[in-house]
Design a protein around this ligand. Structure first.
Ligand code: FEO
Ligand code: CA
Ligand code: CA
Ligand code: CA
Length: 542
């Protein structure tokens, strides 16, 4: 519901085309200020990055690297427009500030300290942030400040725990994320193996991990009932009876779109009663039919072909039309088999192979959006993935039948095909109205029902000469018209969207900037969370 108050209609003056400046560019009347960079102090008593290569154990208490998905949480009893908690994912390494032999991490030759250093810089930061009287935000030394890393121990729960084990060391490739209605943080592992420490058994990764920023839930927990794949983010829809669905993309080339429906309703009156909700429920994969309808196919052992001796067709959309699909035999004897081999289960059950599903978001009118970032090696098309060699990606949207999170059918359409009319190749022009872009990744409908899109396109000159540096756009949900709101520095992707409830502060992540290696000649080459706000203190975008 949209509370009464200021007018949130979008009025910012959009930025121009092809901006390649090595800084964060924002519209007139806005500022972008660095809040929390890789290597900064996190846990009380830690020492921040000083210009010298950082190593474990100091790194275990500092900001991790490659900031990605993020969510802003209220602290009970505190005005959330002035102070709150940010949970921030760290996807990979900011190698330039870390002490690796030759400046780069190699799992094959790493010393024990190098391995610990690498693993300490992925995972999650929780930080308390505060606004001062002038409107500027800073990180507060706080008992809430915490790191969860590739060296931390995680509990494993749900139907696959019997196979995976009761606990796993490490979370990594923490890509995007999402909140739950009960105020916990779901950090998503976008890799099904521990590439930083290959000695760890691979069933331990590729899960959704639940973390409580308020520290009431206990040990962070890998929720196996939600499936194992290259998880991008989670987004939930709640109905009037407090039944909930969590939507999830598999950023595989190609990958499917999923939803998980807990068996029990969310209990708004008893926070702790919800801490096991993600262990018991039904996982579905989406099939996008050619006539604009869709089906949610249940991924339960014994149903929809998920039995012993099933034939997995593999990623057949990457094979030329006419090539024989040989398939591979896969056994689904238990639900643990289905959850550990979720990608194969989804293909066997008839899920649609999409062009790399990235973020999903649920709008105010319950329209659900998913970015399909690109898939340049697609060779067979379908209605929901209509372009071969899809270099620039597209955005699909759907509505559940009856707008119910429990629906098993839906209706879908394409919001837009990314690209630019100046490109010679017909299948790369796209149909964006307004400011064009490539490779949509982050997407979020904010509480005032405004749709924001962030890009993660290649950062070579062949891309930046058409689109400029990676950027963030406002997209009109009715017309598809796009307006460029923010442009990142050289080499970065733009990702992560957090905001205060009054929307006067937006938290945005600058991931892997690669420009100047100093604080004076361009953007500092460290991943960072920035705060974007208006100098007049009014809501962002309006
Ligand atoms: Fe880590 Fe799919 O982006
Ligand atoms: Ca990334
Ligand atoms: Ca992403
Ligand atoms: Ca991406």
């Amino acid at each position: 519901e949209v509370p009464a108050g200021p007018d949130y209609s979008v009025t910012f003056t959009p930025l121009g085309n092809k901006i390649v400046a090595d800084t964060v560019t924002v519209p007139q009347g806005y500022v972008a200020e660095i809040l929390y960079s890789a290597g900064d102090q996190c846990v009380i008593g830690s020492v921040g990055y000083s210009g010298l290569p950082q190593v474990h154990p100091a790194t275990e208490l500092q900001a991790g690297s490659q900031h990605d998905g993020m969510h802003y949480f209220a602290i009970p009893g505190v005005d959330p427009n002035k102070r709150g908690l940010l949970a921030i994912n760290h996807e990979n390494l900011d190698s330039k500030i870390l002490g690796f032999t030759g400046g780069k991490y190699s799992a094959a030759t790493a010393t024990d300290v190098e391995k610990k250093t690498a693993l300490s810089t992925v995972g999650v930061s929780v930080i308390e942030v505060e606004r001062d009287a002038s409107g500027k935000w800073s990180v507060k030394p706080s008992a809430y400040n915490k790191r969860y890393s590739g060296n931390t121990e995680y509990k494993v729960s749900g139907p696959a725990a019997a196979v995976v084990g009761a606990s796993v060391i490490g979370t990594l490739n923490n890509c995007a994320s999402g909140p739950t209605p009960w105020g916990t943080y779901l950090t998503c592992e976008e890799s099904t193996d521990n590439y930083l420490d290959p000695t760890q058994a691979e069933e331990g990764y590729g899960w959704v991990v639940e973390i409580d920023p308020l520290n009431q839930m206990g040990t962070p927990t890998k929720r196996t009932a939600m499936g194992r794949f290259d998880h991008e983010n989670t987004a939930y829809m709640l109905d009037d009876a407090n039944r909930v669905a969590f939507y999830m993309g598999d950023d595989g080339t190609p990958g499917c779109i999923y939803k998980f429906v807990p068996r029990k309703a969310y209990d708004p009156a008893n926070r702790a009663a919800n801490f096991g909700l993600l262990d018991d429920g039904t996982l579905y994969v989406a099939r996008f039919n050619g006539d604009g309808t869709g089906n949610w196919i249940e991924l339960t052992q014994g149903k929809n072909g998920l039995v012993a001796g099933a034939t997995d067709p593999g990623n057949f959309t990457q094979l030329a039309t006419g090539t024989v699909i040989s398939g591979t035999l896969v056994d689904f004897n238990t639900q643990a088999d289905v959850l550990i081999k979720t990608k194969a289960a989804a293909r066997v059950a008839g899920g649609t192979l999409m062009d790399r599903p990235e973020w999903i978001t649920v709008g105010g009118d319950k329209t659900i959006y998913c970015t399909l970032t690109n898939n340049s090696s697609r060779k067979r098309t379908d209605a929901a993935n209509p372009r071969t060699s899809n270099r620039h990606g597209h955005i699909v949207r759907w509505t559940e039948t009856g707008n119910s999170p429990l629906a098993t059918t839906f209706n879908w359409s394409l919001l837009l095909l990314a690209g630019d009319p100046s490109i010679a190749a017909a299948n790369e022009k796209g149909n964006i109205v307004g400011h064009t872009f490539s490779s949509p990744d982050g997407i979020r409908v904010d509480p005032q029902n405004r749709l924001w899109v962030q890009t993660d396109a290649g950062t070579g000159s062949s891309t930046t000469s058409i689109f400029g540096n990676n950027s963030m756009y406002y997209v009109d949900q009715a017309t598809g018209e796009s307006k460029r709101f923010l442009v990142g520095p050289v080499g970065c992707e733009i990702t992560g969207i957090g905001y205060t409830p009054d929307l006067t502060a937006f938290f945005i992540n600058i991931q892997h900037p690669e420009g100047a290696w100093s604080t004076t000649a361009g953007w500092p080459a460290r991943s960072a969370t920035v705060v974007v706000r208006r100098t007049d203190g009014k809501p962002v975008g309006a």
